[in-house]
Design a protein around this ligand. Structure first.
Ligand code: CUA
Length: 314
């Protein structure tokens, strides 16, 4: 405590650097505004109507070199500000070595979060302090935007595309969560809160949540009930890729490319199976776009991911 908080609590390291940028830019533009305003005042008095100040030619100290110098100095200042801001943005974009993934789905008009252990919550997100949290964001319908002002972070949540948002906070506390993209009549009601808890409190909180279905268990059930197993399973007569061990491996595609089977690949393969066909297979799988909710996609992906773990433990 005892820190000066200008407008909002700064709850993440990203918030501190963002505030630094804001204050820095304010100081720079403030100083320049002050300089320009002072000169304006000075000239207004000096060259007022009826004054004897010489108007016929430029003063002696003025030179082409001087003009070149201040033009270049201005350009240099802009480039320096750009480099400063860009380096901070790049630092934010680098994935951390270790992070805790929480899936968040935006839908009209709520935020649904799913913890690694399958615990679910709506319009609330409980996270442990002192951990790097990586939110995996998907939208079920239209574009939303996950916005936590105290974190100074805002990330669009786009249907059909996974976006990620990372943050690290040491401070426990409760912070407001908004949807920052107009998404329909109840957009203004799409609000919630992020609760940052001490690690022990978070562990405790998890145990007090109703037993959610484990993501993998959930996915396994869907794998059968949605008909995936009909083709992608051992005894099937249909020639479809077997999924055991696929996750995390390099997959050769029919157009010659080789891709790594990660979350995005699995998701695309379910929603747009005809786009990236695995080499040696016919493009016969129908699209499951619209047939699965975002939550079901997350569960199915978790199940397919779990198949990799057993297979790669050689
Ligand atoms: Cu969701 Cu605005």
């Amino acid at each position: 405590m005892g820190e000066v908080e200008l407008v909002l609590p700064a709850a993440t390291s990203a918030a501190v650097s963002t505030d630094g940028k804001l204050v820095g830019l304010l100081v720079i533009s403030g100083l320049i505004t002050l300089l320009v305003a002072s000169l304006l005042g000075l000239f207004a008095v000096r060259f007022r109507r009826g004054s004897k100040a010489g108007r016929s030619r430029l003063p002696n100290w003025f030179s082409r070199e001087l003009e070149t110098v201040w033009t270049l100095a201005t350009v240099g200042l802009f480039v320096a500000i750009f480099a400063w801001a860009a380096s901070q943005d790049f630092a934010l974009a680098v994935p951390p070595a270790r992070s805790m993934e929480i899936h968040v789905v935006g839908k009209q008009w709520m935020w649904k979060a799913e913890h690694p252990g399958g615990q679910r919550e709506i319009n609330e997100l409980h996270v442990p302090a002192g951990e790097t949290i990586e939110l995996v964001l998907n939208s079920q319908d239209v574009i939303h935007s996950f916005y936590v002002p105290a974190f100074r972070l805002k990330q669009d949540v786009v249907p059909g595309h996974t976006t990620r948002m990372r943050f690290h906070t040491e401070k426990t506390g409760t912070y407001r969560l908004f949807c920052a993209e107009y998404c329909g009549t109840q957009h203004s009601a799409m609000i919630g809160r992020v609760v940052v808890m001490a690690k022990e409190d978070y562990a405790d909180w998890l145990t007090r949540q109703p037993e959610g279905d484990d993501l993998e268990e959930d996915g396994k059930k869907l794998f059968v009930s949605k008909g995936c197993a009909g083709c992608h399973y051992g005894s099937s007569q249909v020639r479809a890729p077997r999924l055991a061990g696929v996750y995390g491996s390099k997959v050769p595609l029919s157009d010659g490319r080789v891709v790594t089977a990660d979350d995005d690949y699995v998701r695309d393969s379910i929603l747009q199976p005809k786009r990236d066909v695995v080499a040696g297979f016919a493009p016969i799988m129908p699209s499951f776009a619209g047939a699965l909710t975002e939550g079901e996609l997350v569960s199915l992906t978790a199940y397919i991911r779990s198949l990799a773990v057993t297979e790669t433990a050689r």
